[in-house]
Design a protein around this ligand. Structure first.
Ligand SMILES: Cc1ncc(COP(=O)(O)O)c(C=O)c1O
Length: 452
């Protein structure tokens, strides 16, 4: 299908559900089609989102979706997995090959579920757990009021450098020596620059702490060899979502090596197996494991090129905004070494106002806290990411056009002009790249069975 760019639907009301089931089905189907139309006509700039390949997505509608497979291949609590079990083992092999490690668990259903499984593999409720600060880009689930804190871990944060939103290595290493946590966690949701892991791991080892690295945002960059190599640097476990810079299904993964012993003498990979199930999960969504396998196989072929292009695009986008006078974060450090950039838009009304205005004009992004901000609801920044734009084949020229549109939207330029130009640009990009083609396009309208 050629990229007609679609239309740009106006938002709908929120009708209450009534007794007429068919009316509800028609409403939901209609909204999903509107959603597709909107994304077909918009520039996608959310740093944590991406497009799965059409071939991997084919797995979502298979019978695997209907099945249970508690336990491990060959040792299940349910029958019916004779054909599925070799798939799961194969998907783990693909992950070990791509990430150059000897242990992979592909059962966590999300990054957060992978993190909770890893936390209880490395420690117990009541233990001290050290993580980056929220204002330094930490994921909210690592904090006192998030998944870690609510499960009884005492969260302490590393000191950070406000200019780069990264961990202040020397001071943090000292803090690790003083606090003596059971677990040192690294990884961020605003992950502009790699963490300087070696001295931090050294400090952790001195006090007997285990080390985990949450690669949710940067898994695809790591797979492409473009960010850092946490397992090579010596962390015990890498956890991740599999749908951000790694453009797979909405799922999770845990990676490590099979020769790591816990202080109590147990092998870490065995502990992880029991913490994933029955510790945190029951079923683990078999259709998504199959889809992950296809995404991993594609990544073995395409990920290096994709990761390089994603980071290059982020740098061009940052330059484009900076040259138009926008306050891109970390100018003295080259803005970013990842897929993400941050922009201070306080002068244009703040992150909440700018991101809402931009959405109405066909630019989808999110508001974000900057160092010094106290409110996540009305922060001064916006976060922009290049994974999805790169995935549909955009390059440097398009990043400069996108920078112009973001600038216009921020300064309150004419909505219709920005929207029209966004539509024109998007019309030319309607295929998912960095995978083997199927003929299906990005944002194709779903085909629903008629009701009558
Ligand atoms: C660093 C980090 N960890 C974990 C998560 C949670 O991932 P999921 O949505 O797969 O649970 C996110 C989500 O954005 C994240 O940025």
């Amino acid at each position: 299908m050629l990229g007609d760019g679609g239309t740009f639907p106006e938002p709908m009301d929120f009708p209450a559900a009534g007794a007429d089931g068919k009316a509800s089905i028609a409403f939901i189907q209609g909204q999903v089609i509107r959603h597709h139309q909107r994304f077909r006509a918009s520039i996608p700039l959310i740093a944590s989102e991406n497009l799965i390949s059409p071939r991997a997505a084919e797995m979502f509608a298979t019978d695997l979706h209907n099945r249970y497979a508690e336990g491990l291949p060959g040792s299940r609590y349910y029958e019916g997995n004779v054909d599925y079990d070799p798939i799961e083992t194969h998907v783990e092999d693909l992950a070990k090959r791509l990430f150059n490690c000897s242990f992979a668990d592909v059962r966590p259903v999300s990054g957060t579920a992978a993190n909770i499984s890893a936390l209880f593999s490395l420690g117990d409720a009541g233990d001290k757990f050290m993580a980056p600060e929220l204002s330094a880009g930490a994921h909210i689930s690592t904090q006192r009021f998030g998944a870690a804190g609510l499960r009884g871990f005492t969260t302490i944060t590393y000191p950070s450098i406000p200019e780069t939103m990264s961990i202040d290595t020397e001071v943090a290493a000292e803090a690790i020596r003083v606090e003596k946590p059971r677990i040192c966690y690294f990884g961020q949701s605003v992950f502009l620059f790699p963490s300087d892991l070696e001295p931090l791991i050294e400090a952790a080892r001195e006090v007997g702490a285990s080390v985990m690295y949450d690669a949710a945002h940067v898994l695809g960059l790591i797979a492409g060899g473009c960010f850092q190599d946490p397992l090579g640097d010596g962390v015990d476990l890498v956890t991740a979502s599999t749908h951000k810079t790694f453009a797979g299904p909405q799922h999770g993964i845990i990676l490590g090596n099979d020769d790591v012993k816990l202080p109590d003498g147990m092998m870490l990979h065995k502990r992880v197996r029991s913490r994933v199930f029955p510790g945190v999960h029951s079923n683990h969504h078999l259709h998504k494991v199959a889809a992950l396998g296809i995404s991993l196989a594609e990544a073995l072929e395409f990920q290096a090129d994709y990761a390089i292009a994603t980071i290059a695009n982020a740098k061009v986008l940052a330059e484009g905004l900076w040259s138009r006078g926008m306050k891109v974060f970390a100018p003295d450090h080259g803005f970013t070494e990842s897929h993400t950039i941050l922009v201070d838009v306080q002068e244009f009304g703040g992150g909440a106002e700018v991101s809402l205005r931009a959405e109405a004009q066909g630019l989808v992004m999110n508001k974000n806290m900057l160092p010094g901000d106290t409110s996540a609801i009305s922060p001064s920044g916006i976060r922009l990411g290049t994974p999805e734009m790169t995935r549909i084949g955009m390059g440097g020229d398009e990043m400069d056009e996108v920078a112009d549109l973001i600038h216009l939207a921020a300064i309150g330029g004419k909505g219709s002009e920005v929207r029209g130009r966004a539509l024109e640009l998007k019309k030319r990009f309607f295929t998912v790249e960095y995978c083997w083609p199927t003929g299906a396009g990005a944002y194709d309208n779903p085909i629903f069975s008629p009701l009558d």
